[in-house]
Design a protein around this ligand. Structure first.
Ligand code: FES
Length: 157
C-alpha cells in the first residue's frame, strides 16, 4: 500500500506547516492526519511523513510508537479504548475490560473476525473525574457501567 496524502490531506499538511515554527513540530499533527487518511500509521506512512518533514523514518517511528493514540496496525470499524489508569481502575475498569473482552470475544489488542471492533486498553484518557472512561473512535463515554457499555456497543451499526 502506498501512503500519500489525498489532495485535501496534503492541503491540510501544508496548512499545518504555516502554524508551527519548523517542519519537525508538525510530526504529531501529521501523524494524526495520516491516521485519519489511511486508517492507521503504516510503515509506508512513517516513511512518507519522514520525507515530508525532512527527518528520518526512525524518528517518526519513535514518536508514533511512544503515543498510544497512534495505531501502528489496522483497527476495526470501531476502536474501543478503555482506560485502565488509576481512577478508572479504582472504579472497576478491569471488570469492564473483562466484560467487553468476553462480549466481543477478543482480548485487548485484537480485532473481531468481522472487523467491526478492536479492543484496546489505554492509559489515562484525561477525564479521570468521570471515570471509568472509554473512547470509541473519536467519542468519549464516561461514568461507565456494564449496562451502559452494553447499550453503547449494542447500538453501533
Ligand atoms: S484514569 Fe481513566 S481517564 Fe484518567
Amino acid at each position: 500500500m502506498s501512503a500519500v496524502f489525498s489532495e485535501t490531506g496534503r492541503a491540510e499538511f501544508d496548512r499545518l506547516l504555516t502554524r508551527y515554527p519548523d517542519r519537525k513540530s508538525v510530526i504529531l499533527p501529521a501523524l494524526h492526519l495520516a491516521q485519519k487518511e489511511f486508517g492507521y500509521v503504516s510503515d509506508e506512512a512513517i516513511v512518507y511523513i519522514a520525507g515530508l518533514v525532512g527527518t528520518s523514518p526512525a524518528e517518526i517511528e519513535g514518536v508514533a510508537t511512544f503515543y498510544t493514540m497512534y495505531n501502528r496496525k489496522p483497527v476495526g470499524k470501531y476502536h474501543v479504548q478503555i482506560c485502565r489508569n488509576i481512577s478508572c481502575s479504582l472504579l472497576g475498569a478491569e471488570h469492564l475490560i473483562e466484560h467487553v473482552s468476553k462480549k466481543l470475544g477478543v482480548r485487548p489488542g485484537e480485532t473481531t473476525p468481522d472487523g467491526k471492533f478492536t479492543l484496546a486498553t489505554v492509559e489515562c484518557l484525561g477525564s479521570c473525574g468521570t471515570a471509568p472512561v472509554m473512547q470509541v473512535n473519536d467519542e468519549y463515554h464516561e461514568n461507565l457501567t456494564v449496562e451502559s457499555i452494553d447499550r453503547i456497543l449494542d447500538r453501533l451499526p
